[in-house]
Design a protein around this ligand. Structure first.
Ligand code: FES
Length: 115
């Protein structure tokens, strides 16, 4: 279960992306988000965002400077940090993104004059 540090989204600002750290630190005494499975979490979130048609982009970033608390994610701009995220948290994160961002507009089926 992840830990969310409460911080409010800037008033009236719609999230533009959901950032996940995929940084790997290779020394045994240095914890990192990728060392704790963030790349698999990123893949699962991307699949869920696409399948549900959620209107948000997942950004893979390198290090928020909170390595000991990872995997770390954050809504951009200025959203909550989610710390110690696991694969079990993915459905709840997708629900949160769906509520915060809504769905992409359907692309109209345009039929040209030569169809
Ligand atoms: S490795 Fe993810 S915050 Fe530093």
């Amino acid at each position: 279960m992840s830990v969310t540090i409460a911080r409010t989204q800037p008033m009236g600002q719609r999230p533009t992306s959901f950032a996940i750290c995929i940084n790997m630190r290779f020394q045994a005494d240095q914890p990192s988000c990728a060392g704790r499975g963030s790349e698999d979490i990123a893949d699962a979130l991307e699949r869920g965002i696409k399948d549900r048609g959620i209107d948000i982009v997942l950004e893979r970033l390198r290090c928020f400077g909170l390595c000991a608390q990872g995997p770390n994610l954050r809504l951009i701009p200025g959203g909550n940090f989610h710390h110690r995220v696991t694969m079990a948290d993915v459905p709840a994160l997708l629900d949160m993104l769906e509520a915060a961002c809504g769905h992409r507009a359907a692309v109209p089926n345009i039929v040209g004059p030569h169809s």
